[in-house]
Design a protein around this ligand. Structure first.
Ligand SMILES: NC(=O)c1ccc[n+]([C@@H]2O[C@H](COP(=O)([O-])OP(=O)(O)OC[C@H]3O[C@@H](n4cnc5c(N)ncnc54)[C@H](OP(=O)(O)O)[C@@H]3O)[C@@H](O)[C@H]2O)c1
Length: 352
């Protein structure tokens, strides 16, 4: 594999990070022109939007690149299935690209694009010389979708836990009030996140205290999409409350791993857990959270309902270690949303 391909793969990996982690993996792509120059790039912003390859090809066309002599470099094997968008493999074949280089094979039902393209005369190579990548790209290649693939292997949704908290770690005051811990920018960011997942869950206490709607709304209160709504805990909800709806999925929460597999069988590929602290803590303790998003307000409470609390860690060596997740955030894993911080973390893949 030559140097231009290595450079393009490093760039494609950086592009992939611009997307958000939801029901689809993060993917980036780059196009090399006939002379091996990096001519265009693309990334997949998130579920429901065009895939990285399609965006990179469109950018190359817009730049006047002759695709019949170009190479497409992509971080994941192009998809061959009809999801919310047409199969990328078909789009690539139609574009007349003669050579495709991909980094990771796609073991999911969406895979198979490599064979599809080979059958149509395209030269398809799996990038197998990661030693040529810069050290940070090698690490990124290893970590980019590790948890996402793990969720697939375990036949459970990719799990994102989210909380809004004071900077000393409380999600609600002692009287249970929690509304408006964070500012309007953070709340609107949270609605974008909701619009990109298949289901949103809360614990029974949050359902009773906050009566949340769990819908994705924009600032004008227009409902964008309707993810499935899930309540963990079997207590009766208040008649007429937003989640007192036959369509709400009720789960006991006694066996979280099997509850997640149940949701997967119902077609839920990404689950956003919006609290409260007890439910999120149980998921964290069971190591079933793939990404943790925390909106941190510049407020101090000193006491109240903690964002996370569980027994079992008696010495520092038993702590769970996480790392910053720069996906969907540009260069930084934590960005200000007005006066609030938006903290994104992911588990360290090797640790699991
Ligand atoms: N700032 C924020 O981001 C935010 C977000 C959400 C909520 N809140 C606030 O948080 C407070 C409620 O939080 P909370 O921590 O007290 O309760 P919670 O996590 O919302 O709900 C706890 C309940 O969930 C059910 N549950 C089912 N499976 C569970 C499991 N494996 N682990 C834990 N719980 C499970 C149980 O109900 P059953 O007893 O019925 O089985 C349990 O009592 C409210 O004041 C709310 O306003 C704040």
């Amino acid at each position: 594999m030559n140097e231009p391909t290595a450079g393009a793969m490093a760039e494609a990996l950086q592009q992939a990070l611009r997307g958000t982690r939801t029901r689809n993996p993060l993917v980036g792509a780059a196009v090399l022109d006939r002379d091996g120059n990096l001519a265009a790039t693309g990334f997949h912003p998130g579920a429901g939007s065009p895939h990285a390859e399609v965006n990179a090809l469109a950018a190359a066309r817009a730049a006047g690149i002759d695709l019949s002599k170009a190479t497409l470099v992509v971080t994941l094997e192009p998809c061959a299935h009809h999801g919310t968008t047409p199969p990328c493999a078909e789009t690539i074949a139609r574009a007349g690209i003669p050579r495709v280089v991909f980094l990771a094979s796609d073991p999911t039902e969406a895979g198979g694009g490599a064979d599809f393209l080979r059958e149509r005369g395209v030269t398809v190579e799996k990038y197998d010389d990661e030693s040529r990548l810069p050290a940070d790209s090698r690490l990124l290649a290893e970590q980019l979708n590790a948890r996402w693939f793990r969720a697939k292997r375990e036949q459970r949704p990719f799990v994102i836990a989210k909380s809004a908290r004071t900077f000393d770690g409380y999600i609600a005051a002692r009287d249970g009030s929690s509304k408006w811990i964070t500012n309007a920018a953070a709340r609107s960011d949270a609605h974008v996140l909701r619009s990109r997942v298949d289901a949103i869950a809360v614990g029974a206490a949050t359902a009773l205290t906050d009566n949340p709607r769990l819908t994705a709304r924009d600032t004008s209160e227009r409902t964008l999409v309707r993810p499935a709504r899930v309540v963990f805990g079997m207590r009766s909800l208040r008649p007429g409350s937003h989640l007192d709806d036959p369509a709400t999925i009720r789960l006991s929460g006694a066996h979280l791993a099997s509850d997640l597999r149940h949701l997967y069988r119902k077609g839920v590929r990404s689950l956003l857990i919006e609290g409260g602290g007890k439910l999120v803590s149980s998921f964290l303790r069971a190591r079933l959270v793939d990404q943790f998003i925390s909106y941190v307000a510049a407020d101090l409470m000193g006491s109240g309902n903690p964002a996370v609390s569980f027994p079992g860690v008696d010495s520092i060596g038993e702590r769970q270690s996480w790392m910053w997740d720069p996906s969907g955030m540009g260069a930084s894993a934590w960005l200000g949303t007005g006066a609030d911080l938006n903290l994104r973390l992911q588990t360290i893949p090797k640790e699991g």
